[in-house]
Design a protein around this ligand. Structure first.
Ligand code: XMP
Length: 517
């Protein structure tokens, strides 16, 4: 934690799927917050001196043999604690209460009746019908630990919230971090500002200035290189470093021949406009010849990854002495590598510039490693990136290679590029682009019969994939209006030579994935 984030909240992760959400909610209230595994050393907590500690929920039962636990010392630090779900049950058990092991889960909406408008319920009007909250738990608190009182109940949960009589220790059985809990943000706000006395000073403009300072300090007189993909993360990384050290940052942008239509031109024009020092490497030929005859998706990924490292290394060696490699690592990647091995620690296998840090033996500089994706977007806006670029859809590192099923040829790349550009154009004109997670075209490895004029055709098939998602871990196909789908199909068949059929992919993830390969 850097010195600039003194007003912080520490979230201890017990493996809940909503741990990240807790942290995001806290940051939305402009309070800096970090997630750490539940078994972090008490000494480290003391050193961080957080304003408050939130214990997350988790899939375990407190009486399980391997149940994640914390030392009771945590409650003696004088730092306010809020236990959520498992966090509340653990607090109860550790401080001498009883948790009832249940074989029935309470899941979904419940009505919370506030019995005592204590600090965390401050300002919440007592309603006879109760407040809608969201529950997801098996076990529940049966007997409070000494010194605690009940401050809310629900029909099936006598202790839906508790507070210590004299110490700043609270517990809620419901999940204030999820949107279904109407009063969730009020409860969190009360904890942050009334109990912990935090000041809302975490915002992206202060992040930008403190980050620039930190980069200057770290880099000194050194030189930095950065691989730019055209995506938001690497672009924001480069813009921040550029602001800090100017031309001592060199960005390398590689055209691997697998980019969308006009992508190299658009990205280069933007980067130049911001005065970045960019080396453009047109390596299309190299990549395509290495991919010649390859159909297996994993082989494609490997070849592209290896070739990228080679191209990057060659270019880097031309630059001369370099000390740092900049990467757009985000906070979720950091949490995934340190967090408690629960559902919140699912590791993604995709990496845009996989392998670079190991090979390059350069010191890493990762200015975005404290940020969530929505915060990166705010920083991007803060730095003057246009809305279109800030909010563009994710694009996979191996590019169109994994959207061309089967062999990659120039002809097939051109067909896909044209079809994809039409999909994106229609999505943008109809404003649907901004409402979905990703939209793209896929070229299938088959031909089908069609008829054009009086002629029989035997041509390619394009699939359109448009999905809604929050984090790409799960996704559902977007329910686009028929007339939009119809327009895309007509335009692709009429305007892209070699395509006579268009399909819309209506699979969800799981069991399908977002990409086709
Ligand atoms: P899947 O297809 O696994 O995709 O549902 C989830 C998200 O990851 C992106 N993706 C990749 N990104 N390299 C990347 O950089 C890859 O090899 C890769 N494969 C999938 C995909 O576009 C989606 O956003």
């Amino acid at each position: 934690m850097t010195q600039s984030h003194m007003q912080n909240i520490l979230v201890l992760d017990f493996g809940s799927q909503t741990t990240q959400l807790i942290a995001r909610r806290v940051r939305e209230e402009q309070v800096y917050c970090e997630i750490h595994p539940f078994n972090i050393d008490i000494k480290e907590i003391k050193a961080m001196a957080p304003r408050g500690i939130i214990l997350s929920g988790g899939p375990s039962s407190v009486y399980d043999r391997d149940a994640p636990k914390i030392s009771t010392e945590l409650f003696d630090l004088g730092i306010p604690v809020l236990g959520i779900c498992y966090g509340m049950q653990l607090t109860t058990m550790l401080l001498g209460g009883i948790v009832e092991k249940s074989d029935r889960r309470e899941y979904g909406h419940a009505r919370l009746i506030i019995d005592d408008p204590d600090k965390i319920f401050y300002g919440l009007a007592e309603k006879e019908v109760g407040h809608q909250v969201w529950m997801s738990h098996g076990d529940r608190v049966e007997k409070l630990a000494p010194g605690f009182k009940i401050i809310a109940h629900s029909e099936s949960c006598p202790v839906a919230a508790m507070a210590h009589e004299s110490r700043p220790i609270y517990g809620v059985q419901f999940h204030p971090e999820v949107a279904h809990t109407e009063i969730g943000m009020d409860v969190l706000d009360n904890f942050l500002f009334r109990v912990c006395s935090c000041t809302p000073d975490w915002n992206m403009s202060s992040f930008v200035s403190s980050s620039i300072e930190a980069i200057r300090e770290k880099v000194g007189n050194g030189r930095v290189i950065c691989a730019l993909s055209g995506g938001v993360d690497s672009t924001v990384t480069a813009l921040l470093i550029n602001r800090a050290i100017g031309s001592r940052l060199t960005c390398i942008f590689v055209n691997n021949g697998l980019l969308r239509k006009n992508e190299p031109e658009v990205v280069l024009a933007f980067l130049k406009q911001f005065g970045l020092n960019v080396v453009f490497v047109d390596a299309e030929e190299r990549f395509l010849s290495k991919l010649h005859g390859i159909s297996d998706p994993e082989k494609k990924r490997k070849i592209i990854g290896q070739e990228f490292i080679k191209v990057f290394e060659e270019e880097a060696s031309r630059i001369g002495q370099v000390d740092f490699l900049a990467q757009g690592t985000l906070y979720p990647d950091v949490i995934e590598s340190v967090s408690f091995k629960g559902p919140s620690a699912t590791i993604k296998s995709h990496h845009n510039v996989g392998g670079l840090p190991d090979v390059m033996k350069l010191e890493l500089i990762e200015p975005l490693r404290e940020l969530f994706k929505d915060e990166v977007r705010k920083v991007a806006e803060e730095l003057g990136m246009p809305h279109e670029l800030v909010n563009r859809h994710p694009f996979p590192g191996p590019g169109l290679a994994i959207r061309i099923l089967g062999e990659i040829t120039r002809e097939r790349l051109d067909i896909l590029r044209e079809a994809d550009a039409l999909v994106l154009e229609e999505m943008k004109t109809s404003n649907w682009y901004w409402k979905v997670w990703q939209a793209f075209a896929v070229l299938l490895p088959i031909r089908t019969v069609g008829v054009m004029g009086d002629e029989r055709t035997y041509d390619h098939v394009v699939a359109i994939r448009v999905v809604d998602s929050l984090d790409a871990m799960t996704a559902d196909w977007s329910k686009l209006p028929y007339d939009l789908l119809g327009r895309m199909s007509n335009r692709i068949i009429n305007e892209v030579k070699g395509v006579n059929r268009v399909c819309y992919d209506i699979s969800s993830k799981p069991p399908a994935t977002i990409e086709w390969e």
